[in-house]
Design a protein around this ligand. Sequence first.
Ligand code: B4P
Length: 191
Amino acid sequence: MTNLVLFGPPGAGKGTQASILKEKYQLVHISTGDVFRYNIKNETELGKSAKSYMDKGQLVPDQVTIDMLKAEVEGNEGAKGFIFDGFPRTRAQAEALGEFLASKGEEVDAMIALEVEDEVLVQRLLERGKTSGRPDDADESVIRERIKVYYEETAILKEYYKKDDKYYGVDGVGSVKEITERLSAVIDKLI
Ligand code: B4P
């Protein structure tokens, strides 16, 4: 199995690229953000608990997110591998993912990080906010809060995967096609 973590700050293009790469490499794409949004739309208990955090640009509590991720993986038995998009976002989530995959004789093969500067992120998300209907894209202060949370809680995970030589950084600025090519160059060496 191939297990990839697609990493980067909010608006780096994780979801955009994961949707392309899942087809190209026949991997299952799990976006924690998409699963939360689906649950919010369908007014499930999970959605109700996630909404207040997401609308403010904060992270949903670890245990809720970890349990959800495990259920998504369990629901895709027989998969050739996974692209984890938006997960892990904290050290506790990274540890839980490692333990969970180890219990199946698996591991994270690589974290591939999309590197994009903050002002480009803000512009991309404001642009998406004009049409997406996402409350967390509509307001610049919420976008800046999401980027702040990324630096405070998530960016440290680069070091977590670097120590096991599993970290790959990729320039996330350019056309969608160019970035897919950069990511594919890394993945082709792993698969
Ligand atoms: P996510 O859904 O993961 O949202 P994101 O960080 O905004 O997405 P992404 O980087 O995928 O951006 P995209 O490709 O769409 O998270 C939302 C919220 O959910 C979090 O704030 C948190 O509250 C909660 N959450 C999710 N996971 C969690 C976890 N593990 N723990 C706790 N809470 C969690 O691209 C953005 C925009 O850029 C798009 O409009 C796209 O068209 C554009 N774009 C992409 N590539 C481009 C390019 N090359 N050039 C120009 N524009 C580009």
